[in-house]
Write a protein that binds this ligand. Structure first.
Ligand SMILES: Cc1ncc(COP(=O)(O)O)c(C=O)c1O
Length: 477
């Protein structure tokens, strides 16, 4: 890789040999469209079918390879192979097999619970087994209500918490795409906008805005016109918004929000399903601002590429004597626990958190100049192994540019980089394994800059945001 700083051992680079989708992928994608439900049909976002993965590359059935900046939506923090976690899970499978830990205890869940409490944010003393991020957040909401005896949850526009009926309502970022209009059937939620410094409601044009204005809004509007503070059980918040576009609140925002929590007795419920175990370059994003949450929710990266697992962590007061049951049949099976424990050990042994922080540095070096070069690049954000590039039609109005975003994504896939695009959104995301070699990551960032230049030469027309629904179709595919 000529011209690259030699910041890691050399790794294989992706190669795309066929037009996309290739012939075999086309056949299989057509089969998929005949078989699966709406959200899996007619999607052109990933124009290939995977054959196999190795470390940080995905190979499709036509022999093309792609740098993997999806990382199984964050659940393979150490790349596709996840050797230590998979081996530990296999050993536990041979010894204990599937078991319902809620009822029959074994050693792997005990060892995992002890390890999680060693690394958890201060004040956390109890663990609740769970199976998915969605169920962990559901339990977090129930626990906040049980601990306070209060009904209302304060959430933030632009977050994502999962696919249950309750959380699709609380996950307002995806209202148009995910909830199928179910939000109206759920009560007990009030909202404030998430503290976004680039795009603030009631302000024209791009920030940076002082994001303590969002706490002003809670104090001066939500608590005056919508809900009495004594009715609020807890604040459900992602410490860094993931699906909503890698938005990082300021220290000043957290100071003001946590002061409100203390003043009114609100539980601080941190949804760390995306962020826990290294995504932001720290074990928990809470560490970045010395937050002391009452309840922390984990998922994704905890599985470490082995078996599905999630966790609810909380203080003694919240969880020692609670009646809320966070688990279920599959929660914390011995193999999933053994895999998760080996995964945490591997993250530490590989110094993957340091690597994640180094990746953010590379993203800043390679991508921070893009807003000056391209009218359509509104903002670039990076923290740990997480990058968001926000596309706009122009710098003055910062009208979202989802068509430009989708075209950049496709141009990048043709270059061998698979990142995250979602229909209707305008923030492109890179979300690699936190141990991706810096050299491959830098190469991918350079491909992103080239893909943007290609699309900027002939930008696609942008649909009005609500016009996307005009023909009754929810997807573009
Ligand atoms: C912040 C956050 N919370 C919760 C969830 C839901 O997790 P799961 O898909 O495992 O149910 C997600 C999934 O993307 C997430 O990003």
């Amino acid at each position: 890789m000529d011209g690259m700083p030699d910041d890691s051992p050399h790794v294989p680079l992706p190669t795309v040999l066929t037009p996309l989708p290739g012939p075999r992928s086309s056949e299989l994608l057509a089969r998929k469209d005949r078989l699966f439900c709406g959200p899996l049909r007619d999607i052109d976002e990933v124009p290939f079918v995977m054959a196999r993965k190795s470390d940080w590359l995905i190979e499709d059935v036509d022999g093309n390879t792609f740098a993997d900046h999806v990382a199984a939506w964050g659940s393979t923090p150490l790349g596709a192979r996840a050797a230590a976690a998979v081996a530990a899970a296999a050993r536990a499978h041979a010894e204990q097999g599937m078991e319902i830990t809620d009822y029959v205890m074994s050693e792997p869940p005990l060892a995992l619970a002890e390890r999680l409490l060693e690394i958890a944010p201060p004040g956390i003393t109890r663990v609740g087994p769970s199976i998915s991020g969605t169920e962990a957040v559901e339990a977090g909401v129930k626990l906040a209500r049980e601990a306070t005896g209060r009904p209302i949850i304060l959430s933030f526009y632009g977050q994502y918490h999962g696919e249950s009926t309750y959380l699709t309502a609380a996950a307002s970022s995806d209202l148009s795409e995910v909830t199928s209009n179910n939000a109206q059937y759920v009560s007990g939620l009030v909202f404030a906008p998430y503290p976004n410094r680039f795009r603030a409601p009631f302000h024209d044009g791009p920030g940076p805005y002082d994001d303590t204005i969002y706490v002003d809004f809670i104090e001066q509007y939500v608590l005056v016109h919508q809900v009495d503070p004594g009715q609020i059980a807890g604040v459900l918040i992602e410490p860094v918004v993931g699906e909503g576009g890698i938005i990082v609140p300021s220290a000043a925002f957290w100071r003001r929000l946590t002061a409100l929590c203390r003043k009114y007795g609100w539980m601080l419920v941190l949804d760390e399903v995306q962020t826990a175990l290294g995504r932001c370059g720290a074990m928990f994003a809470a560490e970045l601002w010395d937050l002391e949450p009452d309840i922390v929710l984990m998922g994704k990266g905890l599985a470490g590429g082995a078996q599905p697992i999630a966790a609810v962590l909380a203080t003694e007061r919240v969880m020692a004597d609670c009646d809320t049951h966070p688990g279920g049949t599959f929660a914390w099976s011995p193999p999933a626990c053994a895999g998760a424990l080996a995964n945490i050990d591997a993250i530490v042994a590989e110094e993957a958190l340091d690597n994640a922080r180094a990746l953010a540095g590379i993203a800043h070096e390679e991508l921070d100049g893009l807003p000056d070069r391209f009218e359509q690049v509104g903002d670039v954000r990076a923290i740990g192994a997480w990058v968001g590039i926000e596309f706009v039609t122009d710098k003055r109005t910062i009208t979202p540019a989802p068509a430009f975003h989708a075209a950049v994504h496709q141009a990048l896939v043709r270059r061998g980089v698979l990142g995250i695009t979602q229909w209707g959104k305008w923030v492109y995301r890179l979300q690699p394994a936190i141990n991706m070699p810096p050299e491959l990551f830098r190469w991918s960032c350079r491909q992103a800059a080239e893909a943007i230049a290609e699309v900027a030469d002939d930008p696609p027309p942008e649909p009005g945001l609500l016009d996307r629904f005009a023909d009754g179709r929810r997807r573009t595919g």
